[in-house]
Design a protein around this ligand. Structure first.
Ligand code: GTP
Length: 598
C-alpha cells in the first residue's frame, strides 16, 4: 500500500466520553469483525478493564476502509489508555501515529483528561479532528462544547464531527475525516536499512512476548535477525503480522506500517518501549530519540492475610509483571504483617488495578499498607538515597534534607463546588497557580505535594463535588519538605506497618486520628495498653485501652465494648488472623481498618 493510503491515528478522550464505543463502531463499520463476534468493547481485552470501563494496555487494530472516493485505505487505530496514571503509555502510543480524533462528550464538555490527552497529542505533532459524541442525549449542547474546545484548547471546532457512537450516527463521517483531514505517515524509505520503533509489548500465554512496532524505514520480515539498539539484544523474528483486531500473519511490514512481531523474547522487561529495532546484518546508523522508562512513583506493601499464601502471592506477582513492566515488587518483611512485598506503581489507579487483579484473578486475600511516594533523602555525608518505605527511614541525625515529589494538578469543576475544592487543595499544602473559566465551569491549577494526594485526595474531591469535578496531574519536580516520620507504638512496641512520612504540620492531627482509631479496634487485654503516636522519641498523641477485668461481662460496657467483643469472638475463630506485638494481640481487621483511615 502506498503511504498516502495509510493513516495511523489514535483516539484521545476523557474517561467515559466514549472512546471504546467509537473504536468498536469503527471496527464494525469497516468489517473488521462480524456483528456476532463483537463483544462489548473489543479493544479492552481484560475483564477488569471491561468492568471498570477503563483501558489499560494500549492495543492497535488495522482497518480496511473503502472511502467515498472509491479508494481503499488502511487505517491503523492505536488504542490509548485514558487515565492519568498511564500518561506514559498514552504518550508512546501517540508517538507512533500522525493524528488523533479528539472525542468529547457533547453533554459533559471538556474535562481535565480531555486537556491532558490533547496536549500530549499536540506535543507529538498531531493533526487533530474534534469529534462530539453522544449527540443523541437530550442534554447534549454541541455548540457550547465547540466553543469550549476553541476557547480552552485553541482548536478550530467549526468542522467537528457530530456523532453518537452508541446509536451509530456519524461513524462514516469519522472515517472520511480520518482519511481527508489526518495526514499520511511521513515519507519512509523501503530500500534503507530497517528502522522501527518499539511502541509496546505484552505477554501472551501462547506466543510469549508480542511486540508492537511502527516501521520508519526498511522492511521487517519473518526470519530476519533483528537487534534492539538500546539493549543490544538480538532475536530472530518468528512471526510478523497485524491486528484486524484478530492476529493476522503477514509476510512483511513496510514504512509507515504498524504491526506486531514475536521473536522468542522471554520477558516484557527485555523490550524497552521507545527503543529502535533494526536489522542486525544491515543496521541503521541513527537511533530514534529514546523514551524514558515509566518510573513507579507510588509504593505500598502488599501482604497475604494468610501467611500460607505467601508463595502464591509471589507467583501471582511474577505473572502480572510479565505483562506490566511498570509494576515492580521486592520482598519485604514486617513485624506487624509478616512476609510480603514492597510494590511500586505508576499511580493510585494502577495500584488499585494490580491489587484487584491479584485478589480476583489469583484469589488472594491481601492487606495493603498506606501508599507512600518516593522521597529523595540527602544525607549529611553527601549521599542521596531514595526512600520507598517509611520504615526504612534513616536516623534523623543523618538526614540533611528530605525532598518530595510535587505535581501540577488541573481540576475542572462546576462553580458551586469551587470553594470546597480550594479549601481541600489549601489544606493539602497546595499552591494555586491559575484559575479561569471554561463556560460555567471553573478550571483551577494547583501545585501539590504528591504525598498529600496519594492518601484520599481523589475520593475527597469526588465527594465534595458530588462526582462532578475532574482531575488530572503530572509530576513536576522534587522539593524540600519539612517531613517527619510518624511512628505508632502499641504497648511501647513500634508497629512498622503503620508508620508514615507526613508533613510536620499534619503530624499531630494524623497521629491523634490513628490512636483514636486503634483504640476502637484493638480489643481489651488483661492489662492497660497505651497507644502512642510519636515523632522520633517525642510522643504527640496518646490513647489508653483499659484493662479487662475478669468478672466483668460485656453488657457493663457501652456499644463500643460489644464491637470489641465481636472482635474477640472473631479472634477465637481463627488464631492465624492475629498478630502479636509484645504481649498484645492485634486482630488483622484492626490493621486493615487502621490503614484505610484518613
Ligand atoms: P475509557 O475506556 O474508560 O477511557 O472510557 P471510554 O471513553 O472508552 O468510554 P466508553 O466507550 O466505555 O463509553 C462510556 C459510556 O458512555 C458507556 O456507558 C457507553 O455506553 C456510553 N456511550 C458511548 N457513546 C455514547 C453515545 O453516543 N451516546 C450515549 N448516550 N452514550 C454513549
Amino acid at each position: 500500500t502506498p503511504l498516502d493510503h495509510i493513516r495511523n491515528f489514535s483516539i484521545v478522550a476523557h474517561i467515559d466520553h466514549g472512546k471504546s464505543t467509537l473504536a468498536d463502531r469503527l471496527i464494525q463499520t469497516t468489517g473488521g469483525l462480524q456483528a456476532r463476534e463483537m463483544t462489548e468493547q473489543v479493544l479492552d481485552s481484560m475483564d477488569i478493564e471491561r468492568e471498570r470501563g477503563i483501558t489499560i494496555k494500549a492495543q492497535t487494530v488495522r482497518l480496511h476502509y473503502v472511502a467515498k472516493n472509491g479508494e481503499t485505505y488502511i487505517l491503523n487505530l492505536i488504542d490509548t489508555p485514558g487515565h492519568v496514571d498511564f500518561a506514559y503509555e498514552v504518550s508512546r502510543s501517540l508517538a507512533a501515529c500522525e493524528g488523533s480524533l479528539l472525542v468529547v462528550d457533547a453533554a459533559q464538555g471538556v474535562e481535565a483528561q480531555t486537556l491532558a490527552n490533547v496536549y500530549l497529542a499536540l506535543d507529538n505533532g498531531h493533526e487533530i479532528v474534534p469529534v462530539l459524541n453522544k449527540i443523541d442525549l437530550p442534554a447534549a449542547e454541541p455548540d457550547r462544547v465547540k466553543e469550549q474546545i476553541e476557547e480552552v484548547i485553541g482548536l478550530d471546532a467549526s468542522d467537528a464531527v457530530m456523532i453518537s457512537a452508541k446509536s451509530g450516527i456519524g461513524i462514516e463521517d469519522v472515517l472520511e475525516a480520518v482519511v481527508h483531514r489526518l495526514p499520511p505517515p511521513k515519507e519512509g524509505d523501503r530500500s534503507k536499512p530497517l528502522k522501527a520503533m518499539l511502541v509496546d509489548s505484552w505477554y501472551d500465554a501462547y506466543l510469549g512476548v508480542v511486540v508492537l512496532v511502527r516501521i520508519i524505514d526498511g522492511e521487517l520480515r519473518k526470519g530476519q535477525i533483528i537487534r534492539m539498539m538500546g539493549t543490544d539484544a538480538k532475536y530472530p523474528v518468528d512471526r510478523v503480522g497485524v491486528f484486524t483486531p484478530k492476529m493476522l500473519a503477514m509476510d512483511v511490514l513496510g514504512p509507515g506500517e504498524l504491526g506486531f512481531i514475536t521473536a522468542s523474547i522471554k520477558e516484557v522487561a527485555d523490550t524497552r518501549v521507545g527503543d529502535t529495532i533494526t536489522e542486525d546484518k544491515r543496521p541503521t546508523t541513527t537511533m530514534l530519540p529514546g523514551f524514558k522508562p515509566a518510573q513507579p512513583v507510588v509504593f505500598c506493601g502488599l501482604f497475604p492475610v494468610d501467611a500460607a499464601q505467601f508463595d502464591d502471592l509471589r507467583a501471582a506477582m511474577g505473572k502480572l509483571r510479565l505483562n506490566d513492566a511498570s509494576f515492580s515488587f521486592e520482598m519485604e518483611s514486617s513485624a506487624a504483617l509478616g512476609f510480603g512485598f514492597r510494590c511500586g506503581f505508576l499511580g493510585l489507579l494502577h495500584l488499585e488495578i494490580v491489587q484487584e487483579r491479584l485478589s480476583r484473578e489469583f484469589d488472594l486475600d491481601l492487606i495493603a499498607t498506606a501508599p507512600s511516594v518516593v522521597y529523595d533523602i540527602k544525607l549529611t555525608d553527601g549521599t542521596t538515597i531514595q526512600l520507598h518505605n517509611p520504615s526504612d527511614m534513616p536516623d534523623v541525625m543523618k538526614i540533611a534534607e528530605i525532598q518530595e515529589p510535587w505535581i501540577k494538578a488541573t481540576i475542572l469543576t462546576p462553580d458551586d463546588y469551587l470553594g470546597n475544592i480550594l479549601t481541600l487543595c489549601q489544606e493539602r499544602r497546595g499552591i494555586q497557580t491559575d484559575l479561569s473559566y471554561v463556560g460555567k465551569r471553573a478550571m483551577v491549577t494547583y501545585e501539590l505535594p504528591l504525598n498529600e494526594v496519594v492518601f484520599d485526595f481523589y475520593d475527597r474531591l469526588k465527594s465534595i463535588s458530588k462526582g462532578y469535578a475532574s482531575f488530572d496531574y503530572s509530576l513536576i519536580d522534587y522539593r524540600e519538605g519539612d517531613l517527619v516520620k510518624l511512628s505508632v507504638l502499641v504497648n511501647a512496641e513500634p508497629v512498622d506497618a503503620l508508620s508514615m512520612l507526613v508533613h510536620r504540620n499534619q503530624a499531630e492531627r494524623r497521629g491523634r486520628a490513628m490512636c483514636e482509631k486503634l483504640k476502637e479496634l484493638i480489643p481489651n487485654h488483661l492489662f492497660k495498653i497505651p497507644i502512642q503516636a510519636a515523632i522520633g522519641g517525642k510522643v504527640i498523641a496518646r490513647e489508653t485501652i483499659s484493662a479487662l477485668r475478669k468478672d466483668v461481662t460485656a453488657k457493663c460496657y457501652g456499644g463500643d465494648a460489644t464491637r470489641k467483643r465481636k472482635l474477640l469472638d472473631k479472634q477465637k475463630e481463627g488464631k492465624k488472623r492475629m498478630r502479636q506485638f509484645g504481649k498484645v494481640d492485634i486482630p488483622q481487621e484492626a490493621f486493615i481498618a487502621a490503614l484505610k483511615m484518613d
